[in-house]
Design a protein around this ligand. Structure first.
Ligand SMILES: NC(=O)c1ccc[n+]([C@@H]2O[C@H](COP(=O)([O-])OP(=O)(O)OC[C@H]3O[C@@H](n4cnc5c(N)ncnc54)[C@H](O)[C@@H]3O)[C@@H](O)[C@H]2O)c1
Length: 322
């Protein structure tokens, strides 16, 4: 067990994931420095955090009423006393004041200066090796020897990446899921060069965090393309596209099959549209290249839809129209 002490954290990249990871850290009481390339991008990230925090306040405020409505919709009539017990049990534990405090803990910057003395950096810049390499080189010049560097990469090799940081033994993947403020899993991946005593401290630190739904749950994963979740989930979405392309069943029926037959909350076809077909194709291509195995070839249908600019929800159409 290492005596890893983390009190100051910085997040590099104030995009979708970086801003939301910063939100989780600030929710846990940490002062977080959020850095992007310029203040316009930083402010966009800060606006995302504000929206997330406000939406959680309103979600919490409505919890009790929603539960009462859910019970009554089943034909059960509740007494005023029962309603008040439910309301008090489900009373908001994240209020407007909590949201204001959370926001006050996030400090936006476009400079490395405030990053100098942090204990941990999480990088969430573009999923591009050259961009991440440059950030690691820049961090090498500013961070202290004790600092841990975590990457939120979904697919890039951490051993290869870590060699661009001054001390590769301090570099790990901490793969948060989208959105981090409600999804609780973090895949923690060491590189071949990582200091495994720090790994214990890192997973200990992460398991002490919580998001708006409960405690974060880090799992240890060996360095491998797709880690655990994407290695299973994305080929499953690709398989659904293959079945659709072969005329095996309609898109709606494939989704119904996996929801009613496998207990999935969302079918693989609608999930692909939500994630983005470009992402499905990119992840399959990484798996295909890394494992050199035909089972990971992206489906022709996914490739054709990507070529047509039909990437799913974000472009207004994919397998379905929106
Ligand atoms: N989006 C997801 O569902 C998801 C899920 C898990 C992991 N990830 C990973 O998280 C990382 C970020 O993804 P995202 O969806 O937030 O991307 P994004 O495009 O929303 O945000 C990336 C941010 O990084 C900033 N950036 C780029 N170069 C920079 C630099 N040199 N210095 C500072 N900031 C810089 C960009 O300006 C942008 O704001 C990627 O590695 C991605 O693979 C994404």
């Amino acid at each position: 067990m290492s005596n890893l002490k983390i009190s100051k954290v910085a997040v590099i990249g104030a995009g979708n994931m970086g801003a939301s990871i910063a939100e989780v850290l600030a929710f846990n009481g940490f002062d977080v420095t959020l850095k992007d390339r310029n203040m316009e991008l930083v402010n966009k990230g800060l606006a995302v955090i504000k929206t997330v925090a406000e939406s959680q306040v309103s979600f919490q405020a409505k919890r009790g009423k929603k539960e009462i409505a859910r019970i009554e919709s089943m034909g059960v009539s509740l007494t005023d006393e029962q309603k008040s017990v439910i309301s008090s049990k489900m009373s908001a534990d994240f209020t407007e004041e909590d949201a204001r405090l959370l926001l006050s803990r996030v400090h936006g910057t476009d400079s490395y200066e405030p990053v100098r003395d942090v204990d941990m950096v999480i990088e969430a810049v573009f999923e591009n090796f050259e961009v991440k390499k440059k950030v690691l080189e820049e961090l090498s010049a500013v961070l202290s020897d004790r600092c841990i560097v975590a990457s939120n990469t979904s697919s890039l090799g951490i051993t290869r990446m870590s060699r661009h940081y001054r001390d590769p033994s301090k570099v790990f993947v901490t793969h948060f899921f989208n959105p981090p403020y409600t999804l609780r899993l973090i895949e923690v991946v060491p590189s071949v060069l990582s200091d495994m005593t720090l790994m214990e401290g890192l997973t200990g630190f992460l398991s002490g965090l919580k998001n708006h739904r409960g405690p974060m749950v880090p799992i240890k994963v060996k360095e491998m393309p797709g880690f655990v979740v994407n290695r299973i989930l994305v080929p499953m979405m690709n398989e659904a596209a293959l079945i659709l392309d072969e005329g095996g069943a309609s898109a709606k029926d494939i989704d119904q099959a996996m929801k009613l037959g496998a207990g999935m909350p969302m079918g693989p076809i609608e999930l692909s549209d939500m994630v983005g077909l470009d992402i499905v194709k990119d992840v399959m291509e990484v798996l295909y290249a890394e494992y050199a195995n035909a089972k990971y070839a992206p489906s022709l249908l996914v490739k054709k839809l990507v070529d047509a600019g039909k990437l799913g929800k974000k472009t207004g159409s994919g397998f379905f129209d929106y």
